[in-house]
Design a protein around this ligand. Structure first.
Ligand code: SIN
Length: 287
């Protein structure tokens, strides 16, 4: 691979990794530099990867850790089950992938005991307008909270549920089967987590479709606190909005970012995205 270049955006998060070529293997030292940049910037884009194959995407994903096979297999590629397809395109009467995925602030797979720590998203076909992916910096949001609020939330825990919320967030999709539900019991996560690699504290308030209530608080009080924190953390000052070009690959750290997809005209434009996630660790609360 030719020498990589790293460009930090003029924001607390986001950057561009230039000259990434995933058609050739690269050594551990090169990957270590990529990983350091990712840990610092939370999310980066590599552009111009027009010929990226699903196999190359999976191979790159495995550099970050063990690739996850998604629980809803109807949206994964049969020959590369680690690749989850997000798309509005229907071919021969069959949807290419999941439609309307993640159009609200969320953390990938927060409803698992060990949520994904890293997500890779490749834009194979992207609309000319809309369909952006936006990111909020959960380190910066936590640090900007008033001290009294930080002290209050440091020891709180969130009940996270996929089952209670799936059908209201995804009314256009087939409901989860009993087997899928059995694989997704509710979990409890800290509301503030310590990043296992950087040691920094980040808000882990998730998105409405998963973060449900706060342990020890009445339901509505907990939900109101979660909403308040999420609204604060996603103010424009904490946000990077990625405008896609075909061939872009985004890599982000779910341990310190929320993200969301923005809407686009699905009648007029095609959007085909390949997504992989990497198994993470159980979130740890501050000591
Ligand atoms: C996701 O939420 O993981 C996908 C976001 C997107 O499609 O932009």
């Amino acid at each position: 691979m030719s020498t990589l270049a790293f460009r930090a955006f003029f924001l607390s998060l986001g950057g561009e990794l230039c000259f990434l070529d995933l058609s050739k293997p690269f050594d551990d030292q090169t990957f270590a530099a990529i990983k350091t940049f990712w840990l610092e910037r939370i999310v980066f884009v590599a552009r111009g990867l027009h010929d990226l194959t699903p196999e190359q995407l999976v191979a790159f994903t495995r550099r970050f850790g063990e690739a996850h096979v998604f629980h809803v297999s109807r949206y994964t590629m049969s020959e590369n089950p680690e690749v989850y397809v997000i798309s509005n395109v229907v071919e021969n009467g069959k949807p290419l992938g999941a439609t309307g995925a993640g159009t609200w602030w969320h953390t990938d797979e927060m409803y698992l005991e060990k949520p994904a720590h890293c997500t890779l998203l490749y834009g194979k076909e992207v609309p000319p307008e809309g369909g952006d992916t936006i990111f909020a910096d959960m380190y910066a949001a936590y640090a900007a909270l008033p001290e009294g609020m930080r002290n209050r939330i440091d020891s709180l825990k969130v009940v996270v549920t996929r089952i209670k919320t799936y059908e209201s967030y995804y009314p256009h999709r087939p409901p989860l089967s009993e087997d899928e539900k059995a694989a997704l019991p509710d979990v409890v996560h800290p509301l503030v987590r310590v990043h296992p690699e950087t040691g920094r504290k980040a808000l882990f308030c998730g998105g409405g479709e998963a973060a449900w209530s706060i342990v020890g608080l009445p339901l509505f009080e907990g939900q109101a606190l979660l909403r308040t924190l999420r609204d604060f953390a996603t103010m424009p000052r904490f946000v990077y909005a990625h405008k896609w070009r075909p061939g872009d690959l985004l890599v982000w750290d779910n341990r310190c970012a929320l993200h969301a997809a923005t809407l686009y005209d699905t009648e007029k434009h095609r959007r085909i995205m390949y997504r992989t996630t990497v198994h993470g660790e159980a979130p740890v609360a501050p000591a």
